[in-house]
Design a protein around this ligand. Structure first.
Ligand SMILES: *[C@@H]1O[C@H](CO)[C@@H](O)[C@H](O)[C@H]1NC(C)=O
Ligand SMILES: *[C@@H]1O[C@H](CO)[C@@H](O)[C@H](O)[C@H]1NC(C)=O
Ligand SMILES: *[C@@H]1O[C@H](CO)[C@@H](O)[C@H](O)[C@H]1NC(C)=O
Ligand SMILES: *[C@@H]1O[C@H](CO)[C@@H](O)[C@H](O)[C@H]1NC(C)=O
Ligand SMILES: *[C@@H]1O[C@H](CO)[C@@H](O)[C@H](O)[C@H]1NC(C)=O
Ligand SMILES: *[C@@H]1O[C@H](CO)[C@@H](O)[C@H](O)[C@H]1NC(C)=O
Ligand SMILES: *[C@@H]1O[C@H](CO)[C@@H](O)[C@H](O)[C@H]1NC(C)=O
Length: 390
């Protein structure tokens, strides 16, 4: 298996074209509780004890998911062999272990612990942890109902251009990631501090909730001054920015309120641009923070007086038009508008997130969160044909 050949690109282009003609559909309804061909299953819960030394925290998760993790890392390596005659893989095995020691705690020790338990070389686990900084495309929504209840939903779409399985018409990496999805309850003193939906082996956070305080998701923000630049700078010794997934983990673990989280997410220097989508449990507490590496371009907030009862982010700045060949925003907004504030709930958000192309071939999982009840539920997704590749 290699990255894509010209032939693949032509085949995919034709496929996309045909799917776009057929893959756009009317807003779904009555999809919740999740079942049927678009739901591959529930996500298993694990507890991670923050009172343990970092190197021991992930032992149970990794023991359970080791076979899947090994398959996944092998898939990434096979894909990477397409680059530079396989020199990239040598580089990963030789150079990346050195990077681990430059990562802040507790991440450095957690990654080392995961490598030790799984038997996977340290450099490869490190690569797996860096991966999410640069390759996620997603949809996140925060909405408020008439009673001031805040709901937060997201689709995590991952694996774009990471190998196309012609026979099954699926993304190779996306399929390999689905069995790695776990829900984690992070505890101190036997009490829940926060909860997340994660990929086993990854120590950062893409989706999480602090019950009673806030919920948080991140979406990739593509930009010329993107993730690669910051990561290369880190490798070459300029280390003043923070890894996106580490910041979100730190915020979920240690921020104590919606406002505190918003401040940290807006002000911390980052390695890569990003969108942070934050929900609270009081009226008006929901926003999309648009970040460059250095500063915050915009904070777009719920605002009932202006009739802004939801904010919705895909992978484009909300004041710009999305790219025409990757417009998940318009269909998602159309369905939110059709739902209306009167009928918004976790169930109706699940409906929106189940409508193609918001649901697509890259969609790995859907998460639904409600801060006031502290609930986080996630479902592994599938998008049977006809379905758009993203
Ligand atoms: C998921 O869990 C719910 C409740 O625990 C159960 O009713 C449902 O059948 C499960 N769904 C799948 C696809 O396993
Ligand atoms: C295609 O899907 C089938 C059924 O899910 C699976 O058994 C097979 O391994 C898949 N093919 C590849 C190349 O992954
Ligand atoms: C957590 O609970 C376990 C038993 O469930 C107990 O042995 C342990 O002492 C508790 N730890 C703390 C920090 O309270
Ligand atoms: C926010 O959540 C906490 C904890 O669940 C709850 O006690 C509080 O009443 C909530 N606040 C509002 C305004 O809903
Ligand atoms: C959260 O704060 C504790 C106590 O200060 C610290 O030990 C821990 O490393 C912090 N967590 C993160 C992810 O930074
Ligand atoms: C949804 O409603 C908002 C607010 O009224 C409006 O600005 C937007 O254009 C609508 N979008 C779609 C796709 O219907
Ligand atoms: C309200 O939302 C639920 C859940 O998605 C849906 O089944 C129902 O049809 C909606 N009701 C109306 C009146 O739109």
């Amino acid at each position: 298996m290699k990255l894509m050949s010209v032939h693949d690109i032509i085949v995919i282009s034709l496929f996309i074209f045909s799917q776009f003609l057929r893959g756009l559909e009317d807003c779904r309804s009555g999809m919740y509780p999740p079942k049927g061909p678009t739901c591959k299953g529930n996500v298993t819960w694990y507890t991670v004890n923050l009172d343990l030394p970092p190197s021991e925290r992930w032992t149970q998760v990794i023991k359970d998911k080791n076979t899947e993790l090994i398959t996944m890392v092998q898939t990434i390596k096979d894909l990477a062999k397409g680059f530079f005659d396989g020199k990239l893989v040598d580089l990963v095995d030789e150079e990346l272990p050195l990077i681990v020691d430059t990562l802040p705690q507790p991440f450095s020790d957690e990654i080392k612990g995961i490598a030790a338990v799984s038997g996977i070389p340290l450099g490869e686990i490190t690569l797996f942890n860096i991966f999410y900084e640069v390759f996620t495309v997603c949809t996140s929504i925060v909405a408020e109902d008439f009673n001031g209840n805040i709901y937060h939903g997201r689709n995590l779409d991952f694996g774009l251009f990471m190998g196309w399985d012609r026979q099954n018409k699926t993304w190779t990496l996306t399929e390999k990631l689905k069995p790695l999805v776990v829900n984690v309850n992070f505890q101190r003193d036997n009490k829940t501090v926060f909860k997340s939906t994660n990929f086993a082996g990854y120590v950062g956070m893409l989706t999480g909730i602090r019950p009673g305080e806030f919920s948080l998701t991140t979406n990739e923000r593509f930009n010329l001054d993107g993730g690669y630049v910051g990561i290369l700078e880190w490798i070459f010794g300029k280390r003043d920015g923070m890894w996106m997934g580490f910041l979100t983990r730190k915020v979920l673990e240690n921020a104590t309120s919606y406002e505190d989280a918003k401040g940290q997410l807006s002000l911390t220097k980052l390695l890569a641009p990003a969108y942070f989508i934050l929900g609270g449990n009081r009226t008006g507490q929901g926003c999309v923070i648009t970040r460059t590496r250095i500063n915050t371009l915009d904070i777009w907030e719920l605002y009932m007086k202006l009739g802004r009862w939801y904010v919705l982010e895909t992978n484009y700045d909300h004041w710009e038009k999305p790219m025409i060949f990757d417009d998940r925003r318009t269909p998602a907004m159309k369905c939110m508008n059709q739902t209306t504030q009167a009928n918004i709930s976790l169930a109706s958000i699940y409906d929106v997130l189940s409508t193609k192309p918001v649901l697509n071939k890259l969609t790995t999982y859907t998460s639904l969160m409600e801060v006031s009840t502290g609930s986080l539920e996630s479902y592994i997704r599938d998008c049977p044909n006809p379905c758009t590749p993203w």
